[in-house]
Design a protein. Sequence first.
Length: 660
Amino acid sequence: MRSHPNAVPGPSTSRPGPINLTQAGPTPGVLDPTQKARILRDITSTISFSAFDPLTAGGQDASLNLQRRLNIQDDRPAPKRIVIEISRTGQSTWRFVPRARREEGVDDEGIWPRVLDICGNLVYCSQDQWDIYKLDPNYDCLVKKFPSLSTIRPTNPHVRHPTVEPTPLGKRAYREGEVLEPESPKKRVHYDVTMESIRSTSEDGDDEDEEEEDLVAEMITDEQQARYRNPTPTAATSRPLKQPTPLPKERSPLTPRMAKPVNQPGPKTPTPLKRRKSQSVPPESIKKRKEIFETKLDTTQEEEETEEEGPRRKKVNFEAPRPVNKRTPSNPPVTQRELRAKKREREEQKRKRWEEEQQARIRLREERLMRDAMENVPPPSNTQPGSQWNFHVHGNQGLDRDSSMRGFSDFEDEKPAPGTGFSSAEEAARAAAIEESRRKLAELEADRPIWETAAKERAAREEAEQSAARAKAEAKRRKEQDRAQQERERVRRQQEEAEAQLRREEEEKEARRTQRAKERQARKARWTSGKWTIPRAVERFKETSDYFDMARFSEEHPLSIDDVPWPTLRHPDAFSLPEDVDWDSVEHFFDILKNHMRTQEYITLVEKSHRRFHPDRWRSRGLFKSVIDSEERNWMEVAATTVSQALTPIWQKVRVMKQA
């Protein structure tokens, strides 16, 4: 076994472990340096792998919309692996990663990473490196049953494949023996595919992959069917086609589905199914398509007739982009208005069928009631013209009370002829039954006013209840409207009050800022005018110290350089930070101050100044946060630290003087 520099030693020290390619990532040519030229369009490009899912960025209802469009439950296409090539200019292109060959009984390519057999070497491989070898035409990838290792072998180990120069970005690398044919500028055909025909295809692994890719492509083109198409590229600019491979024998053609309206007596002239020309399936001949269609026509008609009684399946039309001639305008595709019109037509047909069924039920119920009313009346037996009873049957006999009475009035009671009587006991029984029926009808007719009165009372009671319910609902609605109006008024008043309060606060803040600006300007004008002397400098230091100790500085009341009692003898107009505040100037200022003040006042002033410029004091008061300008804040922080450090030895001397 050959070793590899990237191999990771296994747990045993007696023999080397498998080569580790999990850290290589999506980098081609780790074991085969010539692999980059066969995979990459540009040798400087990089590749990455991802998964293609048509539901990506489709929103929360993407799965429901896909199920409604395709009329399927769980047969939605699974995400497929794609490879993305990114050039050094940032342009990216992608394609589907082909699937590896699988032994019989193997459902998928397994989990990653795992150990593979690559040209006789054991390699701990990741899915990205496995996909790279699937993209390489010089290698054959085979997934075997467990516990056998999946293998990667050269397609023809005896023939050394020449190194192919990288092709320009946007072009496809030509393979050996490939026939380059210019693509004829034919129109793209419209093909009609149903999910039932897709599921009826062969279960061969390669055929499933091709159908899945076709389905994904059809889903993409179906979203674009309402747009105008770009013209078909000419033969000079079209890409060369791959040499088509023969169609497998076990693959069955797609079955066309015939869409027939409900009220149509028979199927219309079928449109034969047409598929796009793929790189792996040759076009079928016209004769073969006719034979397939004739064999499927009877079955399709029976299925459509059964679907009229049950729920109808939705038919999905996957339509390829149609070429558009720039010289002549093209008609737009089927609009939503036409679809809605067809839907209304179907609903109208359903309503008519429902009404017919209701009428049939009513007629059946009336006939049943008539039979129940006449079941006690025996049929006439050989009634002769001279018999005592004559039964007249009317064809327009109805079911209401008046028509029933008219029907019984047709039994005419004739006087018996002299010397004649009942011919038999059967006729006597029949006459008795008729009399009993007349008596019952008379009783019902006598109760007719009671029924009508009860019906009127019931109708009046129902009308009163409905009126009360309507009045109650109207009162409730008005109450809700009043409550909503009051709530809106309350919210509006609160908003107005809040806005007024905010305006007042802003006005007060602005007034305070204006007042502070005037006071600061007055203080500055007081010390900048006139001759500047040492007593005036000492007096300014004392007054500024009192103001600095009492004021509360914040973002609304910002701190400025003029508000701080800096221990300096310089004129305020000539003073600048941090140049004029250093150790020597602070010591010189307090030496001068000692000569102009009494000892006890000097000791008190030094102690207050030491506490005033202490860094912890500044942080606790938030003085640095109240400075708006960041550069000025940094200068003040440096100057305050310098004054605090210079005051420490002076304060220590003052403590000794105080103790003495």
